[in-house]
Design a protein around this ligand. Structure first.
Ligand code: LLP
Length: 417
């Protein structure tokens, strides 16, 4: 479900015409629906209400301050993976007691920043990291709560770059090592090792691998309990898939029905870390056709957005639906043509969509690249010295800039010459 719909052949975000936004703010332009963000957050919260989880929105999916503030005001906690994300989370007014911190490579400096900020939990991913957190906490005279990110060794059917819970991935600690760490927890005088964390991957549309991993971890928690180790936190990560094109992902309700009863029995604090589920379908990338180029083998619509603005198609061969912002009338004499929608960046991998059918595109047309709310702007860069686009948040019939378009000056701001 999302709030991008056609009315009289024009695409709207909530009650605002996307063409009008494109005219006003220029393109490429990210447009987000406030209502969709909130709807998705509430869907998950309501589905899991029997376990009253702490829902830590995964900042990496879309880290704009206004988006973080919106979710924080709704009661969300935040899942962070870097000092930069911690900075954003605090700027957004998140309670540090609702911040959890994963990442395989937290530096001493980042750890210190997080300990001093009084975050709820680190999700520790290796023995070396645990030693490091222990040292830093000791130096600061603190006792720090941590969960172990356990690698449950399950295969989640998703793109190989976004699977994280298999033994060949760099994430988490294998069960055997995790068990030893729990059993020897007294070695870490400055730590309160009090939870288990898993995150098996992203864009997972089948609940079974989640259920399998969670069941494995419930077994693990039971084993620890039999050794006198009582845990307080059980973090099941994020990873819920969304609809990009005809997928049938498990709904929040289906997911909750499969796992909430199991979690309830554990009597631990449950944490969820959804990113894409909340943000993915809450945003689109609006772009304008600069040129139509007809080559012998292909028609290209060369647009003003590129892989630096939305890298998912280039990086994961991800499919994003691309819709005209204003539809043209279909003619039975045949005005449907097939195009590759490509950007101006000097790479053959710079495409947003391949072999897409449209009723004749024309130069100047606006297109909306759908489902770009998660891992869109947050993965954007400046390759080819392209300033990053502006971001606009729509709320009913109102819209406002939440990140201004970068300027050429922004591109060289930190350079020294
Ligand atoms: N928790 C942890 C520890 C994570 O590493 C991630 C995502 C999440 C939660 C949120 O996952 P989500 O609910 O959004 O699936 N750039 C890729 C996705 C990378 C996901 C990285 N970790 C993409 O565009 O598909």
């Amino acid at each position: 479900m999302h709030d991008f719909k056609y009315k009289n052949s024009r695409l709207y975000c909530e009650s605002v015409s996307i063409a009008e936004l494109a005219e006003k703010y220029g393109t490429p332009l990210y447009v987000y629906s406030r209502r969709t963000f909130l709807d998705h957050y509430r869907k998950l919260r309501d589905a899991f209400k029997s376990v009253k989880p702490l829902i830590c929105y995964s900042v990496k999916a879309n880290s704009n301050l206004s988006i973080l503030k919106l979710l924080v005001a709704e009661g969300a906690g935040l899942d962070i993976v870097s000092g930069g994300e911690l900075f954003r989370a605090l700027k957004a007014g998140a309670s540090p007691r609702k911040i959890v911190y994963a990442s395989v490579g937290k530096t001493a400096k980042e750890i210190e920043y997080a300990v001093k900020s009084n975050i709820l939990l680190f999700n520790a991913e290796s023995l070396s990291e645990i030693r490091m957190i222990n040292n830093v906490a000791g130096r600061l005279g603190r006792k720090q709560a941590i969960a172990l990110r356990v690698n449950p060794n399950v295969k989640a059917k998703t793109h190989k770059y976004i699977t994280t819970g298999h033994k060949q991935n760099k994430f988490g600690i294998d069960i055997k090592t995790a068990k030893n760490i729990f059993l020897n927890r007294k070695d870490f005088a400055n730590l309160d090792i009090c939870g288990i964390h898993i995150h098996i991957g992203s864009q997972i549309i089948d609940a079974r691998p989640f259920v399998k991993a969670i069941k494995k971890m419930i077994g693990f928690a039971a084993l620890l309990k039999s050794r006198g180790i009582i845990l307080r936190y059980f973090n099941i990560g994020g990873g819920l898939g969304i609809i990009y094109s005809g997928e049938r992902p498990q709904t929040a309700g289906e997911y909750a029905r499969a796992v909430a009863p199991l979690l309830k029995k554990l009597k631990m604090n449950v944490i969820l870390e959804p990113g894409r589920f909340i943000a993915g379908n809450a945003g689109v990338l609006v772009t304008k056709v600069t040129y139509i180029k007809e080559s012998p083998g292909k028609n290209f619509a060369i647009v003003d957005a590129a892989m630096n603005d939305l890298v998912r198609p280039s990086l994961y061969e991800a499919y994003h639906e691309i819709l005209p912002v204003k539809t043209r009338a279909y003619s039975s004499t045949g005005n449907i043509r097939t195009y590759d929608i490509v950007g101006p960046v000097c790479e053959s991998g710079d495409f947003l969509g391949k072999d897409r059918k449209f009723i004749n595109l024309e130069e100047g047309d606006y297109l909306a690249v759908m489902s770009a709310g998660a891992y869109g702007y947050s993965m954007a860069g400046n390759y080819n010295s392209r300033p990053r686009p502006a971001e606009v948040l729509v709320n009913g019939s109102r819209a406002g800039i939440i990140s201004r378009r970068e300027t050429y000056k922004d591109l060289i701001r930190q350079e020294v010459s």
